[in-house]
Design a protein around this ligand. Structure first.
Ligand code: SF4
Length: 673
């Protein structure tokens, strides 16, 4: 059936009839037509949809109309919840298409009844922690009443709590059909619900874990799907690299040793030989930690001391010996599962030690949760392509930042689909009218000691004109700290509230920012994307430097090395396009709606002094570039007074942008990033 998406999205269509405040956007209908074509022809498609396109509706409508079973994967939990709770039901109703929709999370989000029971039977495993015992008692009471077993229902369960591995399963430790709780299992229930649904909403971690048959995946999500739509797809290559590599962690071994003790107790078995092997494994873990040379951070393998590396084969032997003893016991499914895991942990440790250097980078991460050993392949494109080609379904990748100008080559190559059809949908916002890009004159080089102060000095006239209402975004923690000091020096008694990343959790800080209405937020990394502040509360987005990733990060090194080895140019093929996409993400925080306005301040002089500066400038929204602070300040004053006058005249909510549709789409279509 050929659907005319202009009719579906048009002023007389079902969406206009059913959704209050709906406005037709030709960009949205064009994207929907392309997605509908990809779905009907089982083809891959890559779409960059500028902010304001309303891309969630643009892929949900064809997905619903196709009548096919579709997996929708997102990068963030916020979007996942929005799709499941609001957008899909609202559109299904508007289109008159009853549809079964399921939200599926990774295993680690569901209670594992078997593991909770094991833990409750062995209070000694809690190490005498009274708080933990109380928490477990509370979880146990909740477990008796919960329907879905979704741990998000326990809203105050701390994310870092050591209780998580005691009450959730992994693919390795799940007993499957041999589990005594199989018939009441929440993980199995969630999976059945997903298999029976026409639309399944997941996140990229679960989707890629599933593809790669890794821990949190179920391994059977995809066979039934006829289309996979990945929103926030710019995150996919990095997440795929995690799942297509290997990870071995001290924590996995600790969980194993604790499970062995619990399973022995549950089976009422005492084995001195196994207790002996457990203590050898624990002693080798102690050696490993004691010989690790540094604090928290990422370390490349070749720089690690021999004394540390020497422990790895000893630990491999100890795990192998433990597996043999457990195997010999013949004491039920729980013990047999522990034997299998000990064998697999020994094998993966051995494999990590011997993996050929030319295929990827080995590195070690030290964190509060313990040491983990990693192998990251140099290239994941071929593997991703093989997975995509192995499944006959349509793959749609979309995001607001996938292309450099109209060029998708960088992203398409990273996901291994260089010949996929691509589509670039411009934002419907009127950037020439709504925003200015301010490139201050005479900025020092980014490494210069005066840079932080000069950058704040450049922002000051805008801050004074708007009375605050700014994001000042930094590319490093060092830059952030210098920026905070510089702002304090320039505004000893700031006429606006100042918020700094780290003062409170991210969401709390964002809520505070929205409520205050004129705050200045100084932040780094995590505020560059997935942040949506509409209206006057955000009138300035200032970015200190071009966001080139740190060359010291082992993961980045792995990618650059991979490109070098196949004769490519790491800067032009990877570092530059990645930095351009990151800058687009940061700049994209400013204009989120038709009546938003503001100034983008870019402090890095390399935009004008280096030849690659042009690549960045070309990728920015088509707003006039200004080099005088007074022009930016005047723009803000004028727009603020117009907006306040319009509000005073009781026309709030209507767009004052010539040519823009009156009214806006429902928040559901525009609040995504
Ligand atoms: S089947 Fe697996 S996830 Fe379910 S209760 Fe048993 S061990 Fe836990």
């Amino acid at each position: 059936m050929n659907t005319d998406y202009k009719d579906v999205f048009g002023a007389a269509g079902p969406l206009a009839r059913a959704l209050p405040g709906y406005a037709y956007r030709p960009e949205q209908a064009a994207m929907a037509a392309a997605v509908g074509h990809a779905l009907a022809n089982t083809e891959p498609l890559i779409v960059e949809a500028g902010t304001g396109t309303g891309k969630t509706f643009a892929y949900l409508v064809p997905a619903l109309l196709s009548g096919r079973s579709v997996i929708i994967s997102t990068g963030t939990r916020t979007l996942q919840d929005q799709l499941f709770r609001r957008d899909v039901p609202m559109l299904a109703k508007a289109l008159g298409l009853p549809v079964k929709v399921a939200l599926l999370k990774g295993r680690a989000n569901y209670l594992c009844r078997h593991r909770l029971e094991l833990t409750m039977q062995q209070p000694s495993l809690l190490g005498g922690e009274r708080g933990l015992a109380r928490l477990l008692a509370r979880i146990s009471r909740w477990a008796a009443t919960t329907q879905a077993g979704d741990l998000a229902e326990l809203t105050d369960l701390p994310e870092q709590s050591s209780v998580w591995p005691m009450i959730t399963s992994t693919r390795e430790n799940c007993l499957g059909q041999e589990c005594p709780q199989f018939n009441r299992c929440h993980v199995i229930d969630a999976r059945r619900g997903a298999q029976a649904a026409e639309i399944v909403v997941v996140n990229h971690h679960l989707l890629l874990a599933d593809l790669a048959l890794k821990d949190e995946g179920f391994g059977d999500l995809l066979p039934g799907a006829q289309a996979v739509i990945l929103d926030e797809a710019h995150q996919v290559p990095d997440i795929a690299a995690q799942f297509f590599g290997q990870v071995w962690s001290v924590r996995q071994v600790q969980i194993l040793t604790r499970d062995v003790t619990a399973e022995l107790a549950a089976a009422v078995v005492r084995s001195d030989a196994i207790i002996g092997e457990l203590s050898i494994v624990e002693a080798r873990l102690d050696d490993l930690r004691a010989r690790f040379p540094g604090g928290a951070g990422r370390y490349e393998w070749p720089g690690l001391p021999e004394a540390f590396l020497d422990v790895l084969p000893e630990l491999e032997t100890a795990l192998g010996d433990l597996a043999k003893e457990l195997d010999g016991l013949g004491a039920g499914a729980g013990i047999a599962n522990c034997a299998k895991r000990a064998k697999s942990l020994a094998a993966s440790l051995g494999a990590l030690g011997s993996v050929p250097e030319e295929s990827g980078l080995k590195w070690v991460e030290a964190a509060a949760s313990g040491l983990s050993l990693h192998f990251t392949p140099f290239e994941i494109a071929d593997r991703l392509r093989a997975y995509v080609e192995a499944r006959r379904c349509a793959w749609v990748f979309t995001s607001a930042t996938l292309a450099i100008g109209d060029d998708f080559a960088h992203f398409a190559a990273r996901i291994g689909l260089p010949e996929a059809r691509t589509l670039h949908i411009d934002s419907p916002f009127d950037y020439p009218t709504q925003a200015r890009i301010y490139l201050p004159r005479n900025m020092p080089e980014p490494q210069h000691p005066s840079f932080a102060a000069k950058f704040i000095e450049a922002c000051a006239p805008m801050l004074e004109a708007s009375g605050g209402s700014a994001f000042i975004l930094y590319t490093s923690y060092r830059g952030l700290a210098d920026g905070v000091a510089a702002l304090k020096a320039r505004f000893p008694n700031p006429p606006f509230p100042v918020l700094v990343q780290g003062q409170a959790p991210r969401e709390a800080l964002l809520n505070q920012f929205r409520e205050l209405g004129n705050a200045v937020l100084l932040a780094t990394g995590s505020f560059w994307e997935g942040v949506d502040v509409k209206g006057e509360a955000l009138s300035i987005v200032a970015i200190d430097k071009l966001p080139f990733a740190s060359p010291d990060d082992p993961l980045l090194k792995a990618r650059l090395e991979g490109i070098r080895r196949r004769g490519g140019n790491p800067f032009s093929e990877y570092q530059l396009p990645q930095a351009v996409l990151a800058l687009k993400q940061g700049v994209g925080r400013l204009i989120r709606d038709f009546d938003d306005f503001g100034v983008i301040v870019l402090g890095d002089p390399r935009l004008k002094t280096k030849s690659y500066g042009k690549v960045f400038l070309k990728a920015l929204p088509p707003s006039p570039v200004i080099t005088e602070a007074s022009a930016g300040a005047e723009f803000l004053v004028e727009r603020l007074s117009r907006s306040r006058a319009a509000r005073g005249a009781g026309t709030a909510g209507e767009s004052d942008v010539p040519g823009a549709p009156i009214g806006t789409m429902p928040a559901s279509a525009t609040s995504v990033t």
